[in-house]
Design a protein around this ligand. Structure first.
Ligand code: SF4
Length: 463
């Protein structure tokens, strides 16, 4: 059940949505499994929209199969189409893992996915890939819930009792491929090995290889996922992840792997929390390179605070990132005036409560919201900067509020897959972008005013 919302929280019904469909998040999670491919059980339109959204953000080919249900199958059942789609995928792509994701249509029809897949495997026993069903109707969640649901389903499918080993588990929420690489770098710098899930750091941000590969290299190996129950620890960046979707909690409950839940390491405090845990786990203190990175961030914060104090931010997107961005803003003197997420099932409100308690001005917090409500709240609060994905550009363009783009999707700029926000280095990059956006806005507006003042006569006379 969602936690009680703090005072000031507004729940809304969608109009111009701030989130995406549930299977879309599951597709991204599946891109983080080696040899995996997603099959969307529903109409062509669902998979086409999701493919386009991914391609425009990641700037990579993202092949997604569809069972292409139409009116006939809607009435008579989609089993034959689903089995044919599985045959086609195996023939054309030869994936070693197939995630079958339901849509609103398939779930409303009452498709018995488990039974259909069981039957398919019986008939195709030889050489059949692993097939993992994940129920993802969008009326029960957004892409955030879909992402967690698929990650949990993958672990539940592969995890086996394993002899204890030293490799820690790291579960990441939906962040950019560059952010995943940063987590991996920090863990490696601390001398630790990890199984990071889901790892789409390469599959959704491929180095140029000359030839197109239908199933790109990269992703977490199923054998490593199977061994996750033998890990000494799971670190899950999922402060806002609800229990029923939490892969780390599932591992703890099923296999007694201790779970430490952390917020995303954005900002000094959250990055310190992560690094301190790595120090404790590894038994080593951080290397000089990381001490320098922290020092550069502190230096940048001191340099920028006088500019950031003028920031009044509307922050929106997926709950985990929204929580992390809000922490980073408050750490840097930027007032979060509207905090919003389109996701329904999260712990965002409960996470924010202690953080916001000490603020002079209480922000408006919106969950399961839409851009109509965000726009209205942002205008009332006098927001002068937005931090979030490209979906906010319509209302921000209307009112001249600049957007610092981060999250998903960033489809109106290049490099959405490379936006780095995590760790000391990522926070520093984010902070510079926020500060420079505020500076550009300030200088641009008062120079314009000055010009208009000086040239009032010419402007009035249309010279
Ligand atoms: S809302 Fe449901 S039916 Fe519509 S595109 Fe999303 S998954 Fe498909």
């Amino acid at each position: 059940m969602a936690p009680a919302a703090p005072a000031g929280t507004v729940r809304q019904v969608n109009e111009n949505q701030c989130q995406h469909c549930m299977p879309l998040g599951a597709i991204i999670a599946l891109k983080g499994i080696a040899g995996a491919m997603a099959l969307v059980h529903g109409s062509q339109g669902c998979s086409t929209y999701m493919r386009l959204t991914c391609v425009n953000h990641f700037n990579e080919p993202v092949d997604i199969a569809s069972s292409s249900l139409n009116e006939k199958q809607t009435i008579l059942g989609g089993e034959a189409n689903l089995k044919k789609a599985l045959d086609n995928m195996r023939r054309v792509y030869a994936p070693s893992v197939i995630g079958v994701l339901t849509t609103c249509l398939a779930e409303t029809m009452g498709e018995d996915l488990d039974r259909i897949i069981r039957d398919y495997r019986k008939v195709n026993a030889t050489g059949c890939p692993d097939i993992i069903p994940v129920p993802t109707p969008s009326y029960s969640g957004s892409h955030t819930e879909g992402y967690w649901a698929a990650t949990k389903a993958v672990i539940a499918h592969y995890a086996r009792p394993t002899v204890p080993h030293r490799r820690i588990n790291v579960m990441v929420p939906h962040v950019s491929p560059a952010d995943i690489r940063e987590i991996q770098r920090l863990v490696a710098l601390m001398g630790l090995e990890c199984t990071l899930l889901p790892d789409y750091s390469v599959t959704l941000d491929r180095p140029f290889a000359g030839r197109y590969q239908k199933i790109p290299p990269g992703g977490t190996q199923p054998a490593d996922i199977a061994a996750m129950p033998g890990a000494p620890l799971t670190i899950q960046f999922g402060a806002t992840c609800p229990d029923h979707l939490s892969p780390g909690l599932w591992l703890e409950q099923e296999y007694n792997v201790p779970l430490v839940t952390l917020p995303l390491p954005v900002g000094v405090e959250a990055a310190d929390q992560f690094l301190l845990l790595l120090e404790k786990t590894s038994g080593h203190s951080r290397p000089e390179a990381l001490r320098n990175e922290r020092g550069w961030l502190l230096d940048a914060m001191a340099d920028a605070h006088k500019h950031n104090a003028e920031g009044r931010a509307v922050i929106y997107g997926e709950p985990e990132l929204v929580y992390a961005l809000t922490r980073a803003c408050t750490e840097n003197g930027i007032a979060p005036v509207v905090i919003a997420s389109g996701t329904r099932t999260s712990r965002l409100a409960a996470c924010l409560e202690p953080l916001l308690a000490g603020l002079d001005e209480q922000p408006v917090v919106q969950e399961e919201t839409d851009f109509a409500a965000i726009e209205s709240a942002a205008l009332k609060a006098g927001a002068n900067i937005a931090i979030g994905h490209s979906g906010g550009k319509f209302f921000t363009e209307r009112h001249g509020i600049p957007v610092v783009r981060t999250g998903f999707p960033v489809n109106d700029r290049m490099g959405g897959q490379r936006i780095l926000t995590l760790g000391y280095t990522g926070t520093l990059a984010l902070l510079d972008r926020i500060t420079n956006t505020l500076l550009e806005e300030k200088h641009g507006s008062y120079r314009k005013l000055r010009y208009e003042e000086t040239h009032r006569t010419e402007i009035m006379e249309g010279i």
